[in-house]
Design a protein around this ligand. Structure first.
Ligand code: HXC
Length: 270
């Protein structure tokens, strides 16, 4: 990609102009993934949502249809590299392009590290770290061929500051952070950007069940957020959309945190 000013592309798409663009969102059947898919579709783009539960994916497609957007679905577990690659290849073949990938599929539960079984460790690392790489590899083969594309990986701030009870998820998301920086450097000259978003505590069913399942736990989490409330999936989707779009064309290898100041504002003194 040339960097001379006369060749610098104009802003090809505003938030309302993603017509003709195609994205894949993993874990698009619920929560943050669904919000990102709906936002992309509302801006005119076509989104393929991948996930394990067909009925949840269909609900995302139905909701998109209500607002005139286009969402396609494919039932696939991101731990199955072959099936994941086939699903992403099929999207690219159907549309003749693939502009963006959001690696949102995740698995999580809070557990003392010494009690975590090998299977529990493997389940989370397989979904988060391996699944992200398998999907990115598949998507990048199309993007690198076209010399254009954006990958957005969903991580969490404990990828760099750590958090008790999340050793599997933190290790996996820390790996995704390192993967993001590595691939941003490796593919930067070939037009493919790779970035992360790090949502704070977000009001979704999955996160609530996994991370704040009691009223006391919920209160404790809320108390840790300087902004005084949970993040909404729609706020996270705005950040993802920006990094998927042409507007952010000079941004790669970075992490946008959407957490109401949570990780900076952990109170210790006073
Ligand atoms: C201890 C547990 C456990 C728990 C599962 N395991 N839940 N161990 N405490 N609460 C162990 C099981 O005992 C088993 O090990 C192994 O993990 C695999 O469990 P399965 O249920 O057989 O696996 P599977 O059906 O594949 O489920 C994967 C999963 C599940 C990750 C365990 O929770 C899942 O799919 N979740 C997806 C949705 C999700 O978690 N969303 C939340 C994302 S929120 P053994 O040894 O018994 O065989 C998020 C936000 C973070 O990530 C950021 C916040 C700021």
């Amino acid at each position: 990609m040339s960097t001379s000013p006369e060749n610098t592309p104009s802003t090809k798409n505003s938030p309302a102009e993603l017509t003709g663009r195609v994205a894949v969102v993993t874990g698009g059947g619920s929560g943050i993934g669904r919000a990102i898919a709906l936002r992309y579709a509302a801006a005119g783009g076509t989104v393929a949502v991948l996930g394990r539960r067909p009925e949840a994916l269909e609900e995302t497609a139905r909701l998109a249809g209500e607002s005139g957007g286009t969402v396609e679905t494919a039932s696939v577990d991101v731990r199955d590299a072959d099936a994941l690659t086939a699903a992403i290849d099929a999207v690219a073949a159907r549309h003749g392009r693939l502009d963006a990938l959001v690696n949102n599929a995740a698995g999580n539960f809070v557990v003392p590290a010494e009690d975590l079984s090998p299977n529990g460790w493997r389940a989370v690392v397989d979904i988060v770290l391996n699944g992200t790489f398998f999907a990115t590899r598949a998507a990048a083969r199309h993007m690198l061929g076209a010399g254009d594309g954006a990958v957005v990986n969903v991580i969490a701030s404990y990828a760099w500051h750590g958090h008790p009870g999340t050793v599997h998820s933190a290790a996996a998301k820390g790996g995704v952070l390192a993967m993001t920086r590595t691939l941003a450097a490796e593919w930067g000259a070939r037009g493919v950007r790779v970035n992360c978003i790090a949502p704070g505590p977000t009001e979704t069913e999955g996160a609530g069940a996994a991370l704040w399942s009691t009223p006391q736990a919920r209160e404790r989490v809320l108390d840790s957020v300087p902004a005084g409330r949970f993040t909404t999936p729609e706020e996270v989707a705005e950040a993802a959309l920006f990094l998927m779009e042409e507007r952010s064309r000079y941004i790669t290898g970075t992490t946008m945190v959407i957490d109401g100041g949570q990780w900076l504002g952990r109170r210790v003194y006073g």
